[in-house]
Design a protein around this ligand. Structure first.
Ligand code: PEP
Ligand code: MG
Length: 634
């Protein structure tokens, strides 16, 4: 966790608190603001001049930086006629917006030069040239003069004409020029109309906190944690893949701010609290001091957890749990090794496929899977076969838009139809299995037929590899994710056919409770401690045990400290969590007794109330590792 270097000068902070006349900031001062979903999303703190916004905390950490609001909507000015008497005024407006755009580009160029060097900054030269292009400017002036239209409409028309013509020529250099023209045009139009220019993640030239209506998992996967110190979105929720990636990249994030997001503007200075879900606009010195302390506590806890790095995740009364890590990229093996996990419980392979213009072939996949397997051997690595669809889409595979993508052509359903795609992946996984303890896991299975159909293809690939004389682990273990209610209900039938189960609570909860995992408006209904969920988990574990196979959990519930004792008590034998949570989950497991966990589970299975279960579960976790909870509020 980096991003925030506090000015922890106590005397200065005390002075500032006095200056804040009786309204010192404390993270404890607004417990209701933090806890309740009915309280305001925006709080004005008049005495300090701060404004606090509240959203859903999805990725821990504190960052402080300037805001960049991403705006994907291109400014497309409507035709606006002007009177002949306004001609001079319109030309003046055009000239001053060109001058302002030039000034802005030079500033960005300067920033980029400081951050990355002179060569990288040259890319803005072509943008500056657009502003001086005589043909373009002459055409804009002609349109204003002869057609009597506004400067913005004239500029848009003229620049689109040029950009279109350039884009049509089959030449990479010229199409880039078309993109430059469109980019500069958006800046000129923004200056003429007072709107925010259309900007994306690739336009970032210095570290900032990104603010957007929404960010897709593909957007998030391309984020550079050096540039993006944190992000805030209007929509989204805790188990969206955007949130999961933020945790994996260790980028502090607050999602689901709703309308409150309108309070944030480019260049404002904000503090983002990914622990509690706050965004503080123009934070006071006292607030910065308070957060400095929080970051200090956080750092010292992380340091203290280093001593258990090599220890097992074993309860005080000697029950050992496998604690593994979830990863999205082969490069994540480094974090797995650093966090002290036992291998990988979920490798979300779909991130190898997105953000590119082609598909990774068998060789490329083999190299990625082998790297992970070999680096972590002899620890196990569970590779989940492609789970495309839902909120993870490929730009280059033609998937028609769906009304309900999470209920649609997704994961195993897609793979069983796109057989070549699936075969290439299965062959790559099988080949990598020769280099360590690799296991295969199928996602989104809802019935026995899907499992059997996948196994037919797997057998076909095995046969091919044998014939080709290529080595692979003949005894490779096969598992299924339990993430549809039907899979949990037929767990006994599935258990006869696989070697392990891994419960995907992110999807299991959304499908069982009929609560979209992406929708912030119903985030409060997304309750992991709902008795319906706990009973499905128990039924899965029991069916597994009856057939001698283990059950793990790889959904986000496994990394939720309050849920950990509950899952253990329900009989779950493996937890797979984002690497940053591994040390805390391990310490929690090492601080409780299995008998307490079983007692909690027994209570939960007899209760009708998700909130009552949550309160009991939280109480147990808090009593076991109080500092993990205190660190959030001081
Ligand atoms: C899950 O659904 O819990 C899971 C781990 O899969 P994903 O989050 O990738 O859908
Ligand atoms: Mg899932």
């Amino acid at each position: 966790m980096a991003q925030f270097s506090p000015k922890t000068n106590r005397n200065q902070a005390a002075e500032d608190a006095d200056a804040d006349t009786g309204e010192p900031f404390s993270l404890n001062a607004f417990p209701e603001f933090r806890a309740s979903t009915n309280l305001p999303r925006v709080l004005d703190r008049r005495k300090t001049g701060e404004k606090m916004l509240r959203g859903i905390p999805v990725s821990q950490g504190v960052s402080r930086s300037r805001v960049v609001v991403l705006n994907r909507t291109r400014i497309d000015p409507a035709k606006c006629d002007i009177a002949e008497s306004d001609l001079a005024k319109e030309k003046d407006r055009l000239q001053s917006s060109l001058a302002e755009t030039r000034r802005q580009i030079l500033t960005m160029q300067g920033r980029l030069r400081d951050a990355m060097g002179a060569k990288e900054a040259l890319i803005f030269d072509s943008h500056l040239l657009v502003l001086e292009d005589p043909m373009l400017l002459e055409e804009v002036s002609r349109l204003i003069r002869e057609d009597l239209v506004s400067a913005e409409f004239a500029f848009y028309q003229a620049s689109e004409k040029y950009a279109d013509a350039l884009a049509k020529v089959d030449d990479a250099y010229l199409s880039e020029r078309a993109a430059d023209i469109r980019d500069v045009t958006q800046r000129v139009l923004a200056n003429l109309t007072g709107q925010t220019p259309c900007a994306g993640l690739t336009d970032l030239t210095e570290p900032c906190i990104v603010v957007a209506h929404d960010l897709t998992p593909s957007d998030t996967a391309t984020m550079d944690p050096v540039m993006v110190l944190g992000f805030v979105t209007e929509v989204g929720s805790r188990t969206s893949h955007t949130a999961i990636l933020a945790r994996s990249l260790r980028i502090p994030a607050v999602l689901g701010l709703g309308e409150a997001i309108r309070e944030l503007h480019t260049d404002e200075s904000v503090l983002l609290d990914g622990f509690n879900g706050f965004v503080v606009i123009e934070p006071s010195k006292q607030t910065l001091f308070e957060y400095g302390q929080l970051v200090d506590r956080q750092t010292s806890i992380e340091k203290s957890l280093e001593v258990i790095h090599d220890d097992a995740a074993e309860t005080r009364d000697g029950h050992r749990i496998i604690l593994s890590a979830n990863i999205e990229r082969s490069a994540d093996v480094e974090s797995v090794l650093q966090c002290g996990a036992t291998g990988v419980g979920l490798f979300r392979t779909e991130f190898l496929f997105i953000n590119r213009s082609d598909l990774p072939d068998e060789e490329e996949q083999f190299a990625a899977y082998r790297r992970v397997t070999e680096s972590l051997a002899p620890d196990p690595v569970i590779i989940r076969t492609l789970d495309l669809g839902g909120d993870k889409l490929l730009s280059h595979v033609n998937v028609a838009a769906e009304m309900n993508p999470f209920l649609g052509w997704r994961a195993i359903r897609l793979c069983l139809e796109e057989k070549d795609l699936f075969r290439a992946q299965l062959r790559a996984i099988l080949r990598a299995s020769a280099f360590g303890d690799l296991k295969i896991m199928y996602p989104m299975v809802s019935g026995v037929e899907e499992l059997e159909a996948a196994n037919v293809l797997l057998d076909e690939c095995r046969g091919q590899l044998r014939a080709e004389g290529v080595a692979f682990a003949e005894a490779i273990e096969i598992g299924v994710m339990i993430e549809t209610p039907s899979a949990a209900m037929i767990a006994d039938s599935l258990a006869k056919r696989v070697q392990f189960f891994s419960i995907g609570t992110n999807d299991l909860i959304q499908y069982t409770l009929a609560v979209d995992r992406l929708n912030e408006k119903i985030a409060h209904l997304y309750e992991p401690t709902h008795p319906g969920i706990l009973r499905l988990i128990k039924a899965t574990v029991d069916a597994g045990q009856a057939h001698g196979i283990w059950t793990g959990v790889c959904g986000e519930m496994a990394g939720d400290l309050a849920a950990v004792p509950l899952l253990l008590g329900l009989g779950v034998g493996e937890l797979s969590v984002t690497p940053s949570m591994v040390p805390r989950v391990k310490m929690l497991i090492r601080s409780i007794e299995m008998s307490q966990a079983r007692e909690l589970a027994e209570f939960a299975l007899g209760s009708d109330s998700p909130k009552e279960i949550l309160a009991r579960a939280e109480a147990l976790a808090k009593a076991a590792v109080p500092s993990f909870f205190e660190e959030l509020t001081g």
